[in-house]
Design a protein around this ligand. Structure first.
Ligand code: ADP
Ligand code: ZN
Length: 771
């Protein structure tokens, strides 16, 4: 027998299947989807078995070993991989990397064994340990050519060892052996207490009353039989479980019933309801029924910050909830993955990457905040988790529920044209009114001599909340303090020498740093161009807003939530918990605070510079702005009447103006705009990013790409134009944009592959406008 294998090497030249011989010892163990070790050139590499065949013309080498007991790639996952591959300009092995968790990937280590000490050069010799082995670190690999020469001379031997990146965690447990022949057992009456469980760990034995030395003696005489047991690292949460029993409203009941009636159909539901209208209660109700039928549910949220509140709701009602996202430790993630793989989880709660998890007997997919762009992976291998989830729904013939207060224009359009089934929740269950929305033009504030970043109204309202012991959310959607610095004398703005973008000023470290490549240098007030002592920060960042808040409201307790703060594990959950406990009066944050959180005491939401996100050059800018503002407005007054104050300079745009009027007004305007300029859902937009070190050659290739794409008469080609970021890490960047009703992605791939060479990279962003 032979196996077709995709070898884990990132290079265009090896981006295809290789045949290997399966020798008789391994024939029963190797299955499609398993990971194997194969010889590749002079190396040992990991590979994925994609097929097992009877005949091969090309196989000459044998598979060395098999790494899995259960296939890592299921049939379903192969189907998803094929689907991504059709539209992807990335390598096959990169797609495998995307769909399986990093923790089960393998690391290659090189061990150098010393053979002939006498002739070995001194600088090399000093690296070996007492066993004459040198574990070569990754950053020492450049010395390998030199070592190979020494190997040829017989002084050393280079060996490759392979290890799994993260290991399962084990503990030793003891079982009582009733057939022992230990004579002095009568000295151990406590043995009688060991009858409740099959296994005891050391801590439990000590609790019974055994001493450490007694445990050792009993083990030695085979009264206690030790063994290794896999333990699952517990994920800690900062909240209490409390199961709340609610009676669904008529609308909720209708929605839940409709979904339940389609349990065995690949039907897509759009559950549309304002924040607080009880969508989550509908999910819980449907999940309860599904679990009774012994099926599994995948619940997805777009961001890590939404995991905790959803986990709270799920865990207070159900057991066996697996949680999967990037802020878990590698070990925790591996455990959760195995829990899912071994069919021990009834509910899987995850962010984007969890859409590939190997859930058996999947019965339902719920995608909350379906409009959220975080569901799209825009780096490495590009995919839209919504698209993958819809594929899985078809594959399993199960329903998928897309939930949102502000559905994406495309989803709403599909629901209106009956491709999706629309379920509406129009009321908040307690009949609490939507908050009052006030728009404040900051140009007028300036005319009235108010130079603060807070309007008079916002300041008064915040003071009012403090007095009433209510809470305030302030949204400031811009990260980093003072995005750039400027010389007040000559106007110079320090830029990154490689990326040609302004360096960001970090006040806490007093450095200037490139946001893209990480280049940094100390901040200096003396200008490098005119040598005047006049360089100062410009604009405001969230740290500045925080400082201003503290200055204006010294008695307020303020918390800040942004990417810089929440990188460590569990930190966002801590902030969330603190604010929920009313240990702070104001939560200031970036778009991270706009989603999903339910704070009963928040009655005021303030938005600073609300029109900033309208300036992004993309046809999605209006949709993104409207959604962000609606989401954040929905945080106010969820349990009592609230107020929303929106500050900006350009408040007449429909994305802001329709906030108070509601989603339907926005949707009509947005759809009209898209129809006029033929954007989604009327035609598709895709982009190509062309990168290379030579400006001219890169431009020429971008132009060639345009020429070839123009041959399809269903496709309109725009560009090439320089990307928003013209240059990253010595590479010039051009963008070609296409608009089309239909395109064959395999034709596109052929064109791309034709133009690629060592210096020209082309990345394809299907159905995306993001560069
Ligand atoms: P959404 O997911 O649409 O934002 P939730 O399901 O979180 O809304 O509901 C908001 C709040 O109202 C929650 O505290 C929830 O428990 C409560 N709630 C929802 N539906 C009902 C109901 N039918 N009866 C009582 N309380 C409800
Ligand atoms: Zn840079």
């Amino acid at each position: 027998m032979f196996a077709k294998v995709i070898v884990d090497i990132k290079h265009q030249n090896v981006n295809h299947h290789y045949d290997y011989i399966i020798n008789n010892d391994l024939i029963d163990d190797i299955k499609i989807g398993m990971r194997v070790l194969v010889p590749f050139g002079a190396q040992t590499r990991m590979g994925f078995v994609t097929d097992i065949i009877d005949k091969s013309q090309t196989a000459t080498k044998e598979i060395l070993d098999v790494l899995d007991d259960i296939p890592t790639i299921s049939k379903e996952l192969f189907y998803l991989i094929d689907n991504i591959n059709k539209q992807s300009s990335e390598l096959y092995s990169s797609i495998f990397d995307t769909v399986i968790p990093g923790e089960i990937k393998l690391d290659y280590d090189k061990d150098i064994h010393l053979i002939n000490k006498e002739d070995c050069p001194e600088d090399i010799l000093s690296n070996f340990n007492e066993k004459n082995i040198w574990h070569l670190k990754k950053n020492q690999f450049e010395i390998l050519p030199k070592l190979r020469r020494l190997q040829k001379k017989g002084m050393i031997e280079i060996k490759q060892s392979i290890k799994q990146k993260t290991n399962k965690k084990f503990k030793i447990v003891y079982a009582l052996n009733t057939n022992h022949s230990y004579q002095k057992i009568h000295n151990y009456p406590l043995i009688m207490d060991m009858n409740k469980k099959d296994y005891y760990d050391k801590k439990q034995l000590i609790e019974i009353g055994f001493s450490e030395s007694q445990i050792r003696t009993l083990t030695k005489h085979q009264v206690l039989i030790p063994s290794k047991q896999h333990i699952i690292r517990d994920i800690k949460h900062f909240f209490d479980d409390h199961d709340k029993i609610v009676e669904l409203t008529d609308e909720q009941q209708y929605a839940a019933k409709s979904i339940k009636q389609s349990f065995l159909k690949a039907q897509t539901f759009l559950l549309k309801g304002v924040t607080g209208s009880g969508k989550t209660e509908v999910y819980l109700n449907v999940i309860e029924e599904l679990i009774k039928q012994n099926k599994k549910v995948l619940v997805m949220v777009p961001e890590i910050t939404l995991i905790a509140p959803m986990a709270q709701r799920l865990k207070s009602k159900f057991s066996n909830v697996a949680i999967y996202h990037s802020a878990l430790s590698a070990g925790e993630r591996l455990d959760q993955y195995h829990m899912i793989l071994n069919d021990e989880a009834s509910i899987v709660l995850s962010t984007r990457s969890g859409v590939f998890l190997p859930i058996k007997n999947l019965g339902l997919i719920i995608m909350d905040e379906e409009h959220d762009k975080s569901y799209i992976q825009t780096e490495h291998v590009i995919y839209d988790a919504k698209h993958i989830a819809l594929l899985r729904s078809k594959y399993h013939q199960i329903p998928i529920v897309l939930g949102s207060a502000t559905p994406s224009v495309v989803s709403m359009y599909k629901a209106n044209s009956n491709e999706y089934t629309l379920l509406n929740l129009t009321k908040r269950p307690f009949g609490i009114e939507q908050p009052d929305i006030k728009l404040i033009d900051m140009k007028n504030e300036l005319n009235q001599k108010n130079t603060s970043i807070f309007s008079k109204d916002l300041l008064i309202s915040m003071k009012h909340r403090l007095k009433n012991k209510e809470q305030t959310l302030i949204l400031f959607n811009r990260k980093g303090y003072a995005p750039f610095v400027l010389c007040r004398q000559c106007g110079d703005v320090p830029k990154c020498p490689d990326c040609e973008i302004s360096l960001t000023y970090y006040k806490d470290k007093n450095i200037l740093k490139c946001h893209y490549c990480g280049y940094e240098k100390p901040f200096n007030q003396t200008c490098e161009i005119c040598h005047q002592h006049a360089v100062k920060e410009v604009g405001v960042g969230i740290e500045y807003v925080e400082a201003e808040l503290k200055r204006s409201l010294p008695e307020a307790r303020i918390l800040r939530m942004d990417k810089n703060i929440t990188t460590t594990k569990g930190s966002h959950e801590k902030i969330w918990h603190k604010f929920l406990n009313h240990d702070a009066d104001i939560l200031l944050g970036t778009q991270m605070i706009s989603k999903g959180l339910d704070f009963p005491k928040v009655t005021l939401v303030g938005v600073l510079m609300a029109d900033l996100s309208l300036k992004v050059p993309s046809y999605l800018a209006s949709e993104d702005t409207f959604m962000l503002l609606t989401q954040i407005a929905g945080r106010s007054g969820r349990h009592q009447k609230g107020e929303v104050i929106i500050q900006g300079y350009d408040l007449t745009h429909y994305a802001i103006d329709s906030l108070a009027k509601g989603y339907d007004t926005f949707y009509k305007e947005a759809l009209y705009e898209r129809k006029l300029s033929s954007y989604e859902p009327f035609s598709h937009v895709s982009q190509f990013l062309i990168e290379g070190t030579s400006f001219l050659k890169t431009y020429q290739n971008a132009f060639l790409l345009k020429k070839r794409l123009s041959k399809f008469d269903t496709v309109k080609v725009l560009g090439p134009s320089q990307a928003l970021i013209k240059k990253i890490r010595e590479n010039f960047r051009f963008v070609v944009t296409i608009k089309y009703k239909y395109i064959d992605h395999s034709d596109v791939k052929t064109i791309i592959n034709d133009l690629l060479n060592d210096d020209i990279h082309i990345k394809y962003y299907p159905n995306l406008d993001i560069i």
